[in-house]
Design a protein around this ligand. Structure first.
Ligand code: BG6
Length: 486
């Protein structure tokens, strides 16, 4: 179904996010027939490009980030006809009147301002949007991470945007929520009878959430070195995955019901601070090694620095202090230059309460549900069965497997496709509310403070491994093992 007429104004229109994600996503939605004729994309940037120059930028972005087979000439021509460009000085006056004039020609359109720029520009841009009277009842603003570098700066960013836009107009993107497999978590939990009765500390032993990447920091060393894995991945993506895994059933699949439940999980996270950070967290940084058979340089070389204390890997033992989850550890881990690209949630069930079989049957493994978010999207439920044959009662764990690619035969759309359409439709379910962001920082800030107060060391790990051995020790202290090591 087509969305309504819209103007999507992309601040940072010549930036990396526009090139890699936003333009390709809009192009794919256009190909799918979801964009109406009256749908315009207005790139805004300091760069003094003319319309032709910007069209070249768009063409190159699509060529680099869209499958060649999808770039049919008619589809490309239709998409390029939607593109406009304006050079605007976002902290000055130049270009704003032209932007206002262009937007006035679509006065009844949904108007989405996308802030794909550094957060210190959110305040000046918001003010100018107000000053030039660009906010209409159908306006929305999309803000990208990082939403601050701690609770305090997140509050400032939020306040700057809130001076101009109502909360119902603010769309805080966490692109993990746009991933099909992440949304599938909600289907799995709340559209099946069989999981919910078992989804608690009586039946679940522990949960692992891993978001592993084999890439390094690439060209983003400048940003990354001031951020680190906790701010870059845990504060947002991993905590969102944790929330969807652990939250109570919302009363409807509707923005505030879902967000209320996620917020309760964030509030119930047990504090990690100077007292227990050493015990509950491990920091790591990659050194040279070998990734997929290729020799790979270490982090310091990647960021061209002699030294750095920034973590490119983190493992955390988290706990949720509420009735459902008391005593169930959640082991979270993420890092760059690890042994593979894999994001997964592993739910490990408790052992059976009593075995009726004798020792000849073999070991009874605990049931395990592995939800693979990417790549190779799907899930596996490990169950015990009798090994067929006359050799007596021998037990074996086998996987009940489901793969999205095999079952549906299509590849999943990119997360930004779904999220951009939701912005135009005005559906905030897959976006974060300001109090969620604040609650996430309230848990993260004491961890970061503890690391700096206690000078907690960064363990080195070779690129292409699963992080420092201290991460294995962290989980083994609890008598458990990471899925990759088991
Ligand atoms: C981004 C982080 O938010 O997510 C990057 O800033 C990271 O460092 C990326 O590489 C991972 O996203 P995806 O969709 O590739 O898992």
């Amino acid at each position: 179904i087509q969305v309504s007429a819209f103007d999507l104004v992309v601040f940072g229109g010549t930036g990396d996010l526009a090139a890699r994600k936003l333009l390709p996503a809009m192009f794919q939605r256009d190909r799918a027939g979801q964009l109406p004729d009256a749908g315009r994309i207005i790139g805004v940037s300091r760069r003094p490009l003319g319309d032709e120059g910007y069209l070249d930028f768009v063409r190159t972005s699509l060529r680099d980030h869209v499958k060649a087979a999808d770039l049919e000439p008619e589809a490309l021509a239709r998409f390029l006809a939607r593109i406009h460009f304006l050079p605007v000085d976002v902290t000055g006056e130049t270009g704003w009147a032209e932007l206002a004039a262009l937007l006035a020609s679509g006065a009844d359109h949904v108007r989405a301002f996308y802030f794909a720029v550094s957060p210190d520009l959110f305040a000046p841009i918001s003010q100018r949007i107000k000053q030039f009277g660009l906010v209409t009842p159908k306006s929305r603003v999309v803000v990208e991470k990082p939403l601050g570098k701690d609770g305090e700066s997140a509050r400032e960013v939020n306040a700057a945007v809130a001076c101009v836009f109502e909360e119902s107009q603010v769309f805080r993107i966490d692109h993990y929520l746009g991933k099909e497999t992440v949304q599938n978590l909600m289907a799995l939990r709340f559209a099946n009878r069989m999981f919910e009765p078992l989804w608690n500390s009586t039946h679940i032993d522990h949960i692992q959430i891993t978001v592993a990447e084999d890439i390094g920091v690439g060209e983003r060393g400048g940003y990354y070195d001031t951020s680190g894995a906790v701010r870059d991945m845990v504060q947002n993506h991993i905590l969102q995955l944790l929330c969807l895994t652990a939250m109570e059933p919302p009363d409807a699949f509707e923005a505030d019901s879902v967000r209320d439940e996620k917020l309760k999980v964030l509030k119930a996270l047990k504090c990690i601070n100077d007292r227990n950070a050493e015990h509950c967290t491990v920091r790591g940084q990659y050194r040279s090694g070998s990734v997929n058979g290729q020799p790979t340089p270490g982090y310091l070389l990647d960021i061209s620095k002699e030294e750095s204390d920034t973590e490119t890997f983190v493992a955390i033992r988290a706990e949720i202090a509420n009735w459902r989850w008391a005593g169930v550890p959640f082991f979270l881990r993420t890092g760059k230059r690890l042994g593979g690209r894999t994001s997964e949630i592993v739910v490990n069930f408790r052992p059976i309460s009593h075995s009726i079989f004798d020792h000849t049957a073999g070991r009874i493994s605990q049931n395990r549900l592995v939800i693979r978010l990417q790549p190779d999207e799907g899930m596996t439920l490990e169950v015990m069965i009798k090994d067929p044959g006359p050799g007596g009662m021998r037990l074996r764990s086998i996987p009940l497997d489901m793969s999205f690619a095999e079952t549906f035969g299509v590849s999943n759309p990119d997360a930004y496709e779904r999220l951009l359409m939701d912005v135009i439709r005005g559906n905030q379910t897959l976006f974060m509310r300001h109090d969620e962001v604040a609650a996430a920082w309230r848990w993260v800030d004491p961890i970061l403070a503890a690391w700096s107060n206690t000078a907690q060391r960064v363990h080195h790990y070779a690129a292409g491994t699963w992080g420092p051995s201290a991460s294995v020790a962290l989980i083994e202290r609890d008598g458990r093992t990471w899925l990759e090591d088991s």
